[in-house]
Ligand binder design. Structure first.
Ligand SMILES: Nc1ncnc2c1ncn2[C@@H]1O[C@H](COP(=O)(O)OP(=O)(O)OP(=O)(O)O)[C@@H](O)[C@H]1O
Length: 334
């Protein structure tokens, strides 16, 4: 694929990716029913963001990524990548994006250096502009530059795929479940490298099942379920959505029932000396609970709080979408 403009010479749009009303229906074959994998997805990925696309198995994440990568044909809707419409300027869209696929599909008889050189050739990157050694260093594979790919560990292969997606210096990097099967240490290394790319300005779109990773890495998160977007917000807004906190209190006195003075707060007596108060921080301040405990003449021995995390939100949103028959807007408003 010849390349006219280095991606950094392209005008920088506000949104690295803009998806509007995207639908995909896989035709049923061999008597199977057709499958609506995407049901009118609209999403914007701001330039420079670290964007997480979360969803359970079969939600439609790979379909979405494969449409962006030009591997799957959409049924309807528009997709603009770095300002290039995938229907009208397919090449512009392809040049602006580097995709790290889920499968470790590498030619075993190429070395990392050869692989990156071949890939650079495919994208028409002139020899003088190739950054093979720099990219290998960035993904921590300098010392394996001349080893056959088949001798690399799973984690190294994964990092090589990241390197391969970067040879044409795309301003957007898409990672489809990049840490599946990668051990914890290598996962951390990979994340550090991807974070560094993001700090240097690359927009990252990541799909993952690991909620805690999305929580740690991403600044914006979209949740997709049954082909619908059920949430798309800055991470902090999403985390604030669950207005729920739990206060765990250990008291000196052994209780057999919740004292009447606490009844209005409806705590749960989980053990004779342990009470759990669930409350909405927007409505109840913790001081009110402590004051009620004092009125009930209980001596507090220990206190700890528990905040909602992304996992809670994820479960809440995906289950409410299922209950609502999977309609995105209703679920997102719920
Ligand atoms: N080529 C295909 N033909 C028919 N149905 C398909 C095809 N590819 C995907 N599907 C279906 O479309 C839906 C979305 O699949 P997709 O792979 O996009 O989900 P996903 O969110 O990426 O899941 P996973 O995390 O398991 O990869 C699923 O129900 C899947 O079975």
């Amino acid at each position: 694929m010849p390349r006219d403009l280095p991606p950094d010479a392209l005008p920088a749009p506000d949104n690295a990716i803009e998806i509007d009303g995207l639908t995909k229906t896989y035709r049923g074959r061999f008597g199977q029913k057709e499958k609506r994998a995407l049901k009118g997805v609209s999403l914007s990925v701001p330039r420079g963001s670290f964007f997480g696309l979360l969803g359970p198995n079969g939600a439609g994440k790979s379909t979405l990524i494969n449409i962006m990568a030009g591997l799957v044909t959409k049924t309807a809707g528009t997709v603009r990548i770095w300002g290039a419409d995938i229907d009208r300027d397919e090449r512009g869209a392809r040049l602006a994006i580097g995709v790290v696929p889920q499968e470790l599909n590498l030619d075993p008889f190429f070395t990392p250096r050869e692989l990156l050189e071949v890939q650079a050739g495919l994208y028409g990157v002139p020899k003088a502009e190739r950054r093979t050694d720099e990219i290998l260093a960035l993904v921590g594979l300098s010392d394996k530059a001349d080893a056959y790919a088949r001798t690399l560990s799973g984690g190294m292969r994964r990092r090589l795929l990241v390197a391969k997606a970067m040879v044409h210096a795309p301003p957007i990097l898409v990672l489809d479940e990049p840490t599946a099967g990668v051990d914890i240490e290598l996962r951390q290394q990979l994340w550090e490298q991807v974070k560094e790319l993001n700090r240097r300005g690359t927009t990252i779109l990541l799909t993952t099942h690991y909620l805690e990773e999305a929580q740690e890495l991403c600044d914006r998160i979209a949740i997709i379920n049954h082909g619908d977007v059920v949430a798309c917000e800055p991470k902090d807004t999403l985390l604030k959505r669950l207005d729920n906190k739990a206060l765990h209190v250990t008291v000196r006195e052994a209780l057999t029932a919740v004292p009447p003075a606490l009844a209005a707060l409806a705590p749960e007596l989980v053990e004779p000396r342990k009470l759990v108060f669930r409350f909405k921080p927007s409505e109840t301040v913790m001081g009110e609970i402590l004051e009620a405990l004092r009125r009930a003449e209980l001596s507090v021995v220990d206190l700890s709080t528990e905040e909602a995390d992304l996992e809670d939100i994820f479960l809440q949103l995906t289950s409410s979408a299922a209950a609502a028959g999977g309609t995105s807007k209703d679920a997102a408003r719920a």
